[in-house]
Design a protein around this ligand. Sequence first.
Ligand SMILES: N[C@@H](CCC(=O)N[C@@H](CS)C(=O)NCC(=O)O)C(=O)O
Length: 307
Amino acid sequence: MSTDKPILHHFDQSPFAEKIRLVFGFKQLTWNSVRVSRILPRPDLMPLTGGYRRTPVMQIGADIYCDTQIMIRELEARFPAPTLLPHGNSGLPYALAMWSDRVFFQNTVNLVFGTNADKIPQEFIEDRSQLRGARFDTAAMKAAIPQMQDQFRAHVDWIEAQLGDGRAWLLGERSLADIGAYMNIWYMRTNLTDADKMLAPFPRTLAWESRVRAIGHGTRTEISSADAIDIAAKARPQTPTQADPADANGRKPGDRVSVAPDDYGKIEVSGEIVSSSAQHIAIRRHDERAGELVVHFPRAGFVVKPS
Ligand SMILES: N[C@@H](CCC(=O)N[C@@H](CS)C(=O)NCC(=O)O)C(=O)O
């Protein structure tokens, strides 16, 4: 089995995974899919990530990518054409993802969970409460539906306004910005029965939604989680050592650190720095089953501490 084909560890209902599936489609890639359960335990994923438990996770051989921001950066570097960052738009689409992944997404997710509050399985509520370190409060989400509808409409209205001059894509040409914003529309549409009604006042957004959906997912093949561990065990990490002379904290290859998301699900992954920059940190760790691995994280939205 090929070791340099991207493997996505994901579940079909995951909006962040949908973003990466669309990136695969955008770049017309052939990729392997490993389905993970929506709740813990994920006994074949933890050996690869060292504890990071959010979805999705991308694997290329013995290199593991946590968070869609770093996955996109890696996919753009390995498969530069067609680019997700056209016409010199190389910074703003990532910055815009902080809007689509955080503010807009929090709003969408609260709307979805609030509306479907009575259908959420108890195991899911317990799992996500543990992840957040706070009660997953479906009653509060239900009570907030009117506010969430207002907020959601305001975000969609920005998409509609951006498409207002008749352009097909948010930045003029197809880009990462389309995929990030679309994730929220996709998530809302796949979970809310009145999606059509909510989007009816936004005809340009509806037409754009169809265009983004048509990008597709590339060519997907299912493999097992055991196969994925086997691929990691047989591969060697491909990340060369790279120091960051401008690191504000003097970190360097060989230093032991822990890395964790800064918002919730703050589970630390520990290892030894192999490579870092303003936008990435890659740490080496060892697992009994998967062997030597390098785990990659973005810097924006992550906390790095000595360990
Ligand atoms: N910033 C992360 C967010 C990922 C995220 O929050 N994913 C959700 C599922 S769509 C999640 O991890 N939920 C908890 C879990 O699956 O364990 C990214 O861009 O990958």
